[in-house]
Design a protein around this ligand. Structure first.
Ligand code: PMP
Length: 414
């Protein structure tokens, strides 16, 4: 049985059930926010004494903080095998990073994306000249539709996720890059879900920009990155006008700094950046393929167990997806996804997410208009976690819930 690949904070947390018993908490909501690695938490404790403002402080703690912050940039660049001219901008999260890139488009040629995207990789583009390509029933058909769209009209950017945050399916990234580049468009990869599960190599894949969040990569909330080609970032207006983003200011005019400082106005989230970078190091230090293998084993086990249960439908976008990350979305006949998620928490101490996962167009396409239930896992997950979920769903389908939620009283009742 799979043990945690990396120890996480909260891995042995106990939570109260409606019955009054306590049970070990099963966190199957990694795709929303993964628990922090213990090594990340320990590192943060080590650097906390040096907590100080970066760049402009002359004191020793400021010097240490500045060094930590700037070396976090280097670590992220190495994690992604970034190119010489790539810039690492620290942001609040993936959403922030993609919104930043939307302000850096060099022309109005347009942005192309698929209808399966998380809103973070859809709404920023809705604000600019954009076209949405409807995904086909196979990845192959989707690539053909994308190529046709890019041939019909010029675009400056193709925005694509690395893996679906709903179904976990991986996208054919290399082919998408080739199609985009052949049509003269750059590619931004929303790696919020991909980065915690698979190696990303900017040099090798040719992906032009990548965005991800620390909190899905085993670091605490609050920091993300946008990494990619310097030219667009240097020529764009400063994302956050303020201190640190400038070279020279008079009351009449401003000479802006180059990226990354240009887009990092104000005091940055130093600890967030340091934590994110430490998480990158921990992932990069794993044996090649270890994380993938760990998650595939858990995913296969969960899918095998769910296949034995009648009345559970696992959602999938494409018939020909070659591979998936540790994310599984499903519906249970006869039960609203919101009830299933609440039942799993109340009676079993299992944390999953339900709803439309900030991907409304995709949930409509899947025919899941009430949403779905999503179980997601990663480096801290075990076979026991996956089995707890399958056992709980089995119990729901064979004997029904023991407790119901009284909406009038606002509490669970036996
Ligand atoms: N893209 C994808 C694919 C995601 O799963 C998420 C988070 N659910 C985001 C973007 C947004 O990430 P954040 O909330 O950290 O900005």
């Amino acid at each position: 049985t799979a043990q945690p690949l990396l120890p996480v904070v909260g891995g042995d947390l106990s939570v109260p059930l409606v019955t009054g018993e306590w049970r070990r908490y099963v966190n199957l909501d990694y795709a929303a926010s993964a628990p922090s690695l213990k090594s990340v938490a320990e590192h943060l404790n080590e650097v906390l004494p040096y907590y100080a403002s970066v760049h402009r402080g002359a004191g020793y703690a400021s010097q240490v903080s500045t060094r930590l912050y700037e070396s976090a940039r280097t670590t992220v660049a190495e994690f992604l095998n970034a190119r010489e001219d790539d810039v690492v901008v620290f942001t609040r999260n993936t959403t922030d990073a993609l919104n930043l890139l939307a302000t850096c488009l060099p022309n109005d040629d347009g942005v192309v994306f698929l209808d399966i995207e998380h809103h973070a990789n859809l709404l920023p583009w809705q604000r600019v000249n954009h076209r949405c390509v409807l995904a086909g029933t196979t990845q192959n058909a989707t690539l053909i539709a994308l190529r046709a769209e890019l041939h019909a009209r010029k675009a400056s950017l193709v925005a694509v996720t690395g893996a679906s945050n709903v179904t976990g399916e991986l996208l054919p990234l290399q082919q998408i890059v080739e199609i985009a580049h052949a049509a003269g468009a750059r590619v931004v990869l929303d790696a919020a879900q991909l980065a915690p599960h698979r190696r990303i190599d900017l040099e090798e894949t040719g992906v032009d920009y990548v965005a991800f969040s620390g909190h899905k990569l085993y670091a605490p909330h609050g920091a993300g990155v946008l990494v990619g080609r310097r030219d667009w970032l240097d020529e764009a207006p400063a994302y956050l006008a303020g201190g640190g983003a400038v070279r020279e200011v008079t009351v009449a005019s401003t000479q802006w700094a180059d990226a990354p400082q240009r887009h990092e106005g104000g005091t940055p989230n130093v600890l967030g950046a340091v934590a994110l970078a430490r998480a990158c190091t921990a992932i990069a230090d794993l044996e090649e393929g270890a994380l993938e293998e760990h998650e595939s084993a858990l995913r296969d086990r969960l899918l095998d167990r769910l296949a034995l249960l009648d009345h559970i439908k696992v959602h999938q976008i494409w018939r020909d997806s070659p591979d998936s990350i540790g994310v599984v979305a499903f519906s249970v006949d006869g039960y609203h996804p919101g009830f299933v998620a609440a039942y799993l928490s109340a009676e079993h101490g299992i944390g999953v997410r339900d709803g439309k996962f900030c991907a409304h167009p995709l949930l409509s396409r899947l025919g899941a208009n009430d949403g779905a239930v999503r179980a997601s896992f990663g480096a801290g997950s075990t076979t026991a976690d996956v089995d707890r979920l399958a056992d709980a769903l089995d119990a729901l389908l064979t004997r029904g819930p023991r407790w119901t939620y009284d909406t009038v009283e606002g509490r669970w009742a036996p």
